[in-house]
Design a protein around this ligand. Structure first.
Ligand code: ADQ
Length: 487
């Protein structure tokens, strides 16, 4: 297919041998006042992880562009120069967005897979929209994949795609990766559509998770629901024609581009910005930092309460420490998120009202997105990083902090229930539900001898330099290459 864009002629390389299927495309559509559609790159996240692999092969990315289509959907081709590969849109209507994305993905699956921290809703019309949208994604992938292509499906929004796609295109090699936790059997069994979701996932040749714990939850569930014999690396399933097929399951802990974070942190701009930030905070002895999407899974509330109690009981002297919480706005149309936004604002307001002095607040709160360079300068400025999710698939923030500490200093306080805790054993690990435990651990991190901090940070950094995102991508794709096999 030829695409013309601003006089540049580019040739897309069909047939595609690698197809990435994810809810969002790495570009977003913005519509101008006169109705013209402009494409804007959405950097970071999955696209930077996959970029090298995408550039190596004839690749295409299938996903939603962020714009709402009317019911009679139009297919606007996206200029291929916008991405590291060709891009194909799956259009979503306003109703689909509400029922599939805000509904089934964010109000059913997200809370259920995160230990039901918020109560999941189970509505049949939302499920119907989830099935419909998964079908549309599978159809699009089936349409663009070349013969025998490799397809990598991402995350909880698209769990039905592997089986749907296999039905449409049995020649494909299909991998699925779940970016969020996979819940224990007892929770998953609540789901009225548990069987269909598991059948969807078992359509893949390889199903990947962040942690060994998630793998064993998945295998135990396959055994319980279908009575399949499982082994530690997967299972054999029987398809509708009676043929046996191998499904491999494994842990592939996602990571970051460690060298890139390290390099940004080393720039004079980042270092100057960190010094300036500390100055603006009043040059306290300790800067504590939280960086999260404003999500109820992240444990922001208890973290603020713990810090406030330390001020109240005199364990931290006012003026000696400032806690900066940065939170990106997210999922603002979902009710639980609107409530959380108010709760956090209230907690911050109380802390500042009760313990602040004129011109100096012990807790500072920014509910805004920032550029990556700015986030790195926050990391560079922070003596103690607080990452205390109640449950998190991996948590990249913890890894980004470590990668940004080029002087091997700083302390990472990390929830035992983040996937990252499996790897970052030298963090100050904490039970995120235990207010006293968080308080004790914050004090321990603040007062640890420099030699201990250096030992811990060095060991975490050397792990991350070896286990970076490039290793994640290649190990998943290599395992996918070997996976599968039919009788
Ligand atoms: P998230 O829940 O979004 O990801 P996380 O892994 O921590 O959580 O990634 C958040 C990203 O957003 C980080 O790269 C961070 O730098 C960035 N970010 C946070 N606050 C920001 C702000 N104010 N401005 C700009 N950027 C900000 C999901 C799962 C995780 C899993 C990832 C990847 O929930 O468990 O690690 O996917 O698989």
């Amino acid at each position: 297919m030829e695409v013309r864009e601003e006089g540049i002629r580019t040739m897309e390389q069909e047939p595609y041998e690698l197809v990435v299927v994810a809810n969002r495309l790495p570009v977003a559509a913005e519509t101008d006042d006169d109705g013209t559609v402009r494409w804007v790159r959405s950097p970071g996240g999955l696209v930077s992880s996959l970029e090298p692999a995408l550039r190596r092969s004839r690749a295409v990315w299938v996903g939603w562009s962020g714009r709402v289509s009317s019911d009679d959907v139009i297919d606007v081709p996206i200029p291929s120069s916008m991405g590291p590969c060709a891009l194909r849109e799956v259009p979503l209507t306003a109703t689909q967005l509400e029922l599939y994305y805000e509904g089934f993905c964010n109000s059913t699956l997200w809370p259920l897979y995160h230990d039901a921290i918020a109560t999941p809703v189970y509505h049949r019309h939302m499920w119907d929209a989830y099935v419909e949208v998964n079908r549309a994604f599978a159809a699009r992938a089936a349409e663009v994949a070349g013969p025998g292509a490799t397809v990598w499906v991402h995350d909880s929004q698209l769990q039905l795609v592997p089986a749907l796609l296999r039905e449409m295109r049995p020649d494909l090699r299909i991998g699925f990766f779940l970016h969020i936790p996979f819940p224990p059997i007892e929770l998953f069994l609540q789901l009225p559509w548990r069987q269909a979701i598991m059948e969807g996932l078992l359509g893949a040749d390889l199903v990947g998770f962040h942690t060994p714990g998630a793998v064993s939850n998945f295998l135990a569930l396959a055994n319980r629901l279908f009575d399949y014999d499982v082994d530690p690396d997967g299972l054999e399933v029987v398809d509708h024609t009676g043929r046996r097929r191998r499904v491999t399951a494994g842990a592939f802990p996602i990571s970051i581009d460690t060298r890139e974070y390290d390099a940004i942190a080393r720039t004079p701009e980042a270092q100057d910005a960190a010094v300036e930030l500390r100055r603006r905070l009043g040059n306290p002895r300790w800067v504590l930092l939280g960086v999260d999407r404003l999500d109820y899974t992240k444990g922001i509330d208890l973290r603020i309460k713990a810090f406030t109690e330390l001020l109240a009981d005199g364990s931290i002297e006012p003026g000696s420490a400032v806690f900066l919480q940065v939170a990106t706005p997210t999922r603002e149309n979902v009710e639980d998120y609107q409530r959380l936004r108010d709760e956090i604002a209230l907690l911050v307001g109380r802390a500042v009202g009760d313990h602040g002095v004129i011109g100096a607040a012990p807790v500072q709160y920014l509910h805004q997105p920032f550029e990556r360079e700015a986030i790195v300068s926050f990391y560079a400025a922070a003596d103690v990083m607080l990452v205390t999710p109640y449950r998190d698939g991996m948590n990249l923030v913890s890894k980004e902090y470590v990668a940004s500490r080029m002087r091997d200093d700083g302390a990472l306080v990390l929830s035992e229930f983040a996937g990252a805790a499996v790897e970052l054993r030298d963090a100050f690990l904490v039970n995120p539900y235990d207010a006293d435990g968080i308080k004790r651990t914050i004090l321990q991190a603040m007062n640890a001898p420099q030699a201990e901090l250096q030992r811990r940070m060095r060991s975490m950094r050397s792990w991350l330099f070896e286990h970076d995102v490039h290793r994640w991508t290649s190990s998943f794709l290599e395992a996918l290459e070997k996976a599968g096999g039919q009788e």
